[in-house]
Design a protein around this ligand. Sequence first.
Ligand code: KIV
Ligand code: NA
Length: 266
Amino acid sequence: GRRVRIHHLRELKERGEPWPMLTAYDMYTAQLFDEAGIPVLLVGDSASNNVYGYESSLPVTVDEMVPLVRAVTRSVKRALVVADLPFGSYQLSPEQALATSVRMMKEGRAHAVKLEGGRAFAPHVRAITQAGVPVMGHIGFTPQSEHNLGGYRIQGRGAAAGDELVADAIALQEAGAFSVVMEMVPAEAAKRVTHELEIPTIGIGAGPDCDAQVLVWQDMMGLRQGKAPRFVKRYADLAGVMTGAVEQFAAEVRGRQFPAPEHVFH
Ligand code: KIV
Ligand code: NA
């Protein structure tokens, strides 16, 4: 294991080899995904919903994110770990964006940071990258702007909106971003952006032509229950597996089948 570096991701794009990215928020998932060869792990602000149980991605704070970032970076040998900047921790100014990124790097030992937004955030991206911190952009549907975007809706539909998406992506690249996530955009627009950019695009609900694909691990493992967006593929039924195990344990305790003789000290 050599560490994954940002230039390796650019080389994969040049070779036309798509790569997988997953979220991780703790030791076991980080170890498992790292050892399975996932090159990039994102400590997403989706921790707001998927770790802390908030109703959206907005409430989670930097103080809540840092220990999760630290747990993930402690647990990987190879993967590049990206720390998401939560809502309110970078929008105020490029200086605030840099200060929060410094916390993610020093306290969380992150290898890169991610923030949401297009052209308007080019100065923020530039301030962070000039300080030596790699930045991943995030455009299309940006969950921190959920209320302004009118809920979870596809973005970049139509020629004009497609042009806006391309302009946003190019502005982020020119500001020094090393990659850009595109969330919930038409496959045609994502393909256009991917061809226009030298840096890799990472899709989530953005079709098959992105340079990489990302999913939230609790969604793709079927741990989160209920209706998932159509871009989520469930690769496992963790909720089913865990519920079965819990029910069996509870039944065996109640039925005095657990502990059995082999679990007992004398
Ligand atoms: O927070 C998150 O999990 C994300 C990914 C969905 C890209 O931003
Ligand atoms: Na996020």
